[in-house]
Design a protein around this ligand. Structure first.
Ligand code: GDP
Length: 304
């Protein structure tokens, strides 16, 4: 909860200030109230559809609960944001899936600069601290320096990294990684992937190829394909999520850099429009700044 409070400071400031200004004008719950609320939510990057849905559901909720004063209504809004998050999508859970036995394979996809490598470094530290034997595979052989960056995290975390030579075939690095994970009795294998190749078609084909190799070696793997999105890019992040979701079986989202944006409402838009669970959020650059996403902590953090 504490990390959320700190990491969401910018969002809280702008979202909270808007809401406070909104409530300062509060007279009664009439149609103007709901229209102003929609505007406030859209400005916080909750997303158009999500804002409309919240307002619609609030209309009936406010009547039902007979909420009349500011605090009652604020509480109804908080509860609504949490429950919309919980109910959106196909009822999928936000927990991580692990192999019943043998190594769990977690693939990370997303465009360059969103924070894939950093997220792997942070998550590796977390799982290692829980006593898991962690292995990293540096399969982003396209971006100059990506392998070194992952190796640097490996050193910092004290975990092994499988890497190939510069411009190695990413599929061969993935193969080595899976073999090493199986033979070395690793608990978790993180696979870093390229965020850019010559073009998007190549990239999607490459990701599919990696997945096939993983599945060939471990039939129920990859257990997670996490798309990493930069929370500061707002609607752009939504577009990226759509692109990857259409061509790879993405199982969840990591939303990074929420500490650097006033538009944390994007979490709700992504969940509600993508029907994909946000499983983790990045609230800073340190290892401890990667947090499992908790809708209740998140929403309450906004209203502190
Ligand atoms: P990649 O190209 O997707 O692997 O991206 P990187 O892992 O290299 O991250 C790009 C930049 O974003 C780096 O400077 C990271 O330190 C920074 N970064 C990643 N996650 C976060 C976060 O949650 N908060 C902040 N403030 N910076 C982050």
């Amino acid at each position: 909860q504490e990390r959320y409070d700190v990491g969401l400071e910018k969002t809280r400031k702008s979202f909270g200030e808007r809401l406070n200004a909104f409530f300062a004008k509060f007279r009664s719950v009439d149609e103007d109230f709901f229209e102003d609320l929609e505007d406030t939510l859209i400005q916080a990057d909750v997303g158009y559809e999500t804002a409309m849905q919240i307002a619609d559901e609030l209309r009936s909720e406010v009547k039902l609960k007979n909420a009349k004063n500011k605090n009652d209504i604020k509480q109804v809004i908080i509860d609504k944001l949490i429950s919309i998050y919980d109910a959106a999508g196909n009822g999928e859970d936000i927990s991580m899936h692990f192999a019943k036995e043998g190594p769990t394979v977690i693939m990370f996809v997303g465009v360059n600069g969103v924070g894939k490598t950093t997220t792997i470094g942070k998550m590796a530290a977390l799982y290692k601290s829980q006593g898991k034997k962690v292995l990293l595979a540096a399969a982003d052989t396209f971006r100059a320096g990506a392998t070194q960056q992952l190796q640097e995290w490996g050193r910092r975390d004290g975990v092994e990294v499988v890497a190939g030579p510069d411009r190695a075939d990413p599929a061969s690095v993935v193969f080595d990684g899976v073999q090493t994970a199986i033979r070395g009795n690793y608990d978790v294998l993180f696979v870093d992937t390229a965020g850019r190749l010559q073009n998007n078609v190549n990239l999607m084909q490459e990701l599919e190829k990696m997945k096939r190799i993983i599945t060939r070696e471990i039939p129920d793997a990859p257990h997670e394909v996490l798309i990493v999105l930069d929370g500061t890019t707002g609607q752009n992040a939504l577009q990226q999520a759509k692109l990857f979701k259409d061509s790879t079986d993405v199982s969840g989202i990591v939303l990074t850099k929420l500490d650097g944006t006033a538009k944390g409402g994007i979490v709700l838009a992504i969940r509600n429009e993508m029907h994909l669970p946000v499983k983790w959020v990045g609230l800073g650059e340190q290892a401890a700044d990667l947090r499992p996403f908790s809708p209740a902590d998140f929403v309450q953090g906004l209203f502190k």
